[in-house]
Each structure stands twice: as structure tokens, then as C-alpha cells.
Design a protein around this ligand. Structure first.
Ligand SMILES: Cc1cc2nc3c(=O)[nH]c(=O)nc-3n(C[C@H](O)[C@H](O)[C@H](O)COP(=O)(O)O)c2cc1C
Length: 353
């Protein structure tokens, strides 16, 4: 099943082993422009056999970067610098997606690298004032400023413009980041959204920002849209499974083609039952509740485990994050281990296999 192609709209992806977005914090000039590191990094996944390679969280506005070294796609210069990456991914038979993101109250942090301090980067050091649905800080980070309705509308438009640039740069699929405690998730969660206007209160109101982004992106581009969600916050303080099933259904109606189901990120200190495939049951529950195709992620590290998740219908696709950092050839290894006859071995490397 891992090697069964899957089609979203008109886009066929060669297999069901996909790479999720993973920040590299490597735009050293702090201009959001991808570098030769990114070209090498993303090309290696495609060469190793991944079906879909998702480029890391790329900000739709400068203040939407997680760290000053994160990528951006808020201007044309950035967009053009993604073209060699999509060309390289395509040359290896894979499809390219990009995660369009705004980090909200979790923006302007130090990059998550060994030996680097944690927390907010002060404005004097190149950080910036963060924004959020409500002026509620994420523990350990600076307090955000509440977004006005006009500013919300401007950000919705920024997502649509970024989607247009992404497609022009050759991306086959756009992913909207609605997970991990970043801006869209901050709207979705009652723990971070205290608004009393049409963007706060009921799930229909809390989902308005994300749904408006989807509408704007859908009106701008015809490629498949993936939305990444934190399927659960692992605490009753967060949203409920029923609310998330409703949200997934609304997203499907709005023209979203696929859901990438992660968990958590908005409420610190919750207890998460981390173990092999620990987020798979959440993906499965949302798949069954909403009838949307989903990808599962999180400690999926073994070909037989990955095959089982797809074969049992727990998810349509598996995303392999850190395992692909350890071994970009995971899909080739899986093919050999599962005795699939046509692994993705480039002719240049044939004598090695
Ligand atoms: C270095 C690193 C960077 C990450 N950056 C992002 C990101 O940009 N966007 C996102 O949605 N998730 C991000 N994640 C989360 C991964 O996409 C994935 O959900 C997580 O690593 C769990 O999957 P795994 O156990 O297969 O690694 C990141 C994870 C890592 C390890």
C-alpha cells in the first residue's frame, strides 16, 4: 500500500511516504530566502524516493516567521529562489509542497538549534512585536498584540498572495499551517482565543480565520490544498474531537483536498502519550469522522509500521519527519524490506544497491 500512487485533484503522487515540513532555520541573512542548504536538503528527500516533499513553514509576512532565520514567501525575490528547489524535486520524480505559515504569538523566537538560547528574540536583537487573536502570551514568550479585524483580513490576503507565488515557483501543492500553536491554531483554540467578535467564541467563529484563508487560497490557485492541524490538544482546556470533526468537514466543503494530522503545540505542559505512531489514532478518528483523506505523522520510523498504518486504513498516507533526516533513502529501504519490485534508485547509484 505504501507504493500505491494517490491523486489529489489533478496531481498524482507516486507513493504514500511523504516528508512533512521541517524548519531548517538556515536563512542566515534573515531575508527569508532559501539557500544552497535548502536545495541540497529538499533534493535529497526526492532523490531518496519520497512521494511528496513539503518545504518547511514559510512565512506569508515578515512577522510570521518563527525565527529570524526562517524562510518567507512574502515577496517575489523569495518566491523565485524556490524555483530551483521545485525543479530539483520534480527531476527526481517527486512532488513539491510548501507550508504557508504565520507563527502568531510563537514568532520571533531564537532558532531551535543546539547551543542557542530559548525564548523570544528581543527587538534590539532583530526580533519583532508578535501578533495573535488575543493578547495572551505563550508561556516563556513575549506578549503578543491583539489583531484588529482589518489586520486579520490583510493576513488572509497575504496567504492568498503567497499561494499564488508558490504555484508560480513550481509547487504542486500548497499546505496551510493550522497546527502547533501558530497563528491559525491560536484562533482555533479556546486557550488562546478570547475574542468576543466574529473570530471568537463558538468553533464556527474560531475557525473563521482558517476558513477565510482557505477560501482566499482556493479562489487564487487551482492546485490541491493541504491543511495541517493539531488534531488534539491533549487537554480538555483545548478544543474537542467533535469540534475538530466539524472543522475537518467544513474544510473539505471549502475545497481542502487533504489533511495532515499532527497534535499539540498551543498549550504547554500537557501530558502527551509519546510512543511509536502515537498520533495515528487521532488521524484515524478525524478520517472516520469527516471522511477526508488524512496523513498521519509522529514516530513512524519503520517500513512495516508505515505499511500497516496505510493498509489498515488508519491514514491514507504516512509522513516521515525525523526518520527521513536520519535516512533520506527510507522509501528505497522500505521497498527492499517490503519486497516491492521497483524502488527509486537513480541510475547513478545503481551499482550501490
Ligand atoms: C527540525 C524540525 C523542524 C520542524 N518544523 C516544522 C515545520 O516547519 N512545520 C510543521 O508543521 N512541523 C514541523 N515539525 C514537526 C514535523 O513536521 C513532524 O510533525 C514531527 O517531527 C513529528 O514527526 P516525526 O516523529 O516523524 O519526526 C518539525 C520537526 C522537526 C524535527
Amino acid at each position: 500500500m505504501l507504493f500505491e500512487p494517490i491523486t489529489l485533484r489533478d496531481t498524482t503522487i507516486r507513493n504514500r511516504m511523504w516528508v512533512p515540513p521541517m524548519c531548517q532555520y538556515s536563512a542566515e541573512k534573515q531575508d527569508g530566502i532559501p539557500t544552497s542548504w535548502h536545495l541540497m536538503h529538499y533534493g535529497a528527500f526526492a532523490r531518496g524516493g519520497a512521494g511528496l516533499v513539503t518545504v518547511e513553514a514559510s512565512a506569508v509576512a515578515p512577522e510570521g516567521r518563527i525565527s529570524p532565520q526562517c524562510l518567507g514567501i512574502w515577496n517575489e525575490e523569495q518566491a523565485q529562489a524556490f524555483s530551483p528547489i521545485t525543479e530539483l524535486i520534480h527531476s527526481q520524480g517527486a512532488r513539491a509542497a510548501i507550508q504557508l505559515a504565520h507563527a502568531g504569538r510563537k514568532a520571533s523566537t531564537y532558532r531551535s538549534w543546539p547551543g542557542v538560547p530559548e525564548g523570544s528574540v528581543p527587538i534590539e536583537e532583530g526580533g519583532w512585536q508578535t501578533v495573535a487573536p488575543s493578547p495572551v502570551a505563550f508561556e516563556g514568550l513575549a506578549e503578543p498584540r491583539e489583531l484588529s479585524v482589518d489586520q486579520i483580513h490583510e493576513l488572509v490576503a497575504a496567504f492568498a498572495r503567497a499561494a499564488r507565488r508558490a504555484v508560480d515557483a513550481g509547487f504542486d501543492i500548497v499546505e496551510i499551517h493550522g497546527a502547533h500553536g501558530y497563528l491559525a491554531h491560536e484562533f482555533l483554540s479556546p486557550a488562546s482565543n478570547r475574542r468576543t467578535d466574529e473570530y471568537g467564541g463558538t468553533m464556527a467563529n474560531r475557525a473563521r480565520f482558517l476558513l477565510q484563508i482557505v477560501d482566499a487560497v482556493r479562489a487564487e490557485v487551482s492546485v490541491p490544498i493541504i491543511v495541517r492541524l493539531s488534531g488534539t490538544e491533549w487537554t480538555p482546556e483545548g478544543y474537542s474531537l467533535e469540534e475538530m470533526i466539524d472543522l475537518c468537514t467544513w474544510l473539505g466543503t471549502a475545497g481542502v483536498d487533504f489533511l495532515s494530522i499532527s497534535t499539540a503545540g498551543n498549550i504547554p505542559g500537557v501530558s502527551i502519550p509519546v510512543g511509536p505512531g502515537y498520533q495515528v489514532p487521532v488521524a484515524q478518528a478525524l478520517r472516520e469522522g469527516s471522511h477526508m483523506p488524512v496523513g498521519a505523522v509522529g514516530l513512524i520510523v519503520d517500513p512495516a509500521q508505515a505499511e500497516q498504518i496505510v493498509a489498515l486504513g488508519q491514514a491514507d498516507v504516512v509522513y516521515l519527519g525525523r526518520e527521513m533526516l536520519r535516512d533520506q533513502n527510507f522509501p528505497i529501504r522500505a521497498a527492499r524490506q517490503l519486497r516491492y519490485p521497483e524502488p527509486y534508485i537513480p541510475s547513478q547509484y545503481a551499482r550501490a544497491f
